[in-house]
Every structure is written in C-alpha cells, then in structure tokens.
Design a protein around this ligand. Sequence first.
Ligand SMILES: [Zn+2]
Length: 64
Amino acid sequence: MTGYECDHTFALTSTFLQKNNLPVEATLEWLGENGAGCDCEVIFNVCPEWEDAVGYTPPDEDDA
Ligand SMILES: [Zn+2]
C-alpha cells in the first residue's frame, strides 16, 4: 500500500464490503474481534484470515 495513509477508520473496508455485497457491520465486528481496529490493521493484522473469510487478496506491490 505505497503512499496509503490510514485515517484509522474502516472507510476502505466498508466500501470494499459494500461493493462485494458482504455484510458490513458483521464483518467489521468480526475484524475487531480478530485484532483489526481500522483499515491498516485489517491489512497488517488479519490478512490471512481475511483472505480465507472473503476470498480477497490485497494487490501486491508492482513487480520490480
Ligand atoms: Zn489505521
């Protein structure tokens, strides 16, 4: 996430969930229980579980 500045909300996560027709509130609650309090913590703390749960893989940085 080069250049990404987290504002410590679930703004990005919420948008993502809505776009994918996922239950926003339930998912945010689950994320909180799994150690993620905002977008950046979602990415850094619960990535593996997150991927399992929603089938989402964050885009890798550009290939060198
Ligand atoms: Zn954050």
